[in-house]
Write a protein that binds this ligand. Structure first.
Ligand SMILES: [Zn+2]
Length: 86
């Protein structure tokens, strides 16, 4: 693999923690395609989706901390549009 003007970070990010409030979520429901977890703040989210959001939050927090409030706001909006939170 070649990288140009970039960095490569290998890190495990868990999907068991809520991307919005950071608390540990509990197993909620499992379908063929989704592993839904529920947070005590009301979020219901697939754990793989949650781990993607958590990876974004981790990266932004480390390298662009000033953007974190806006990124979290966008994630909140995006989760709000997800049918599994309805
Ligand atoms: Zn939460």
């Amino acid at each position: 693999m070649k990288f140009y003007n970039g960095i490569f970070i290998k890190r495990r990010i868990s999907g068991k923690y809520c991307p919005l409030c950071g608390r540990e979520m509990r197993k909620y429901r499992r379908t063929r395609r989704l592993e839904l977890y529920k947070c005590s703040c009301g979020v219901i989210i697939d754990k793989h989706v949650a781990s993607c959001y958590n990876a974004i939050i981790w990266t932004v927090n480390k390298y662009f901390p000033e953007l974190l409030p806006r990124v979290k706001e966008k994630i909140r909006e995006s989760i709000g549009k997800d049918p599994y939170t309805a």
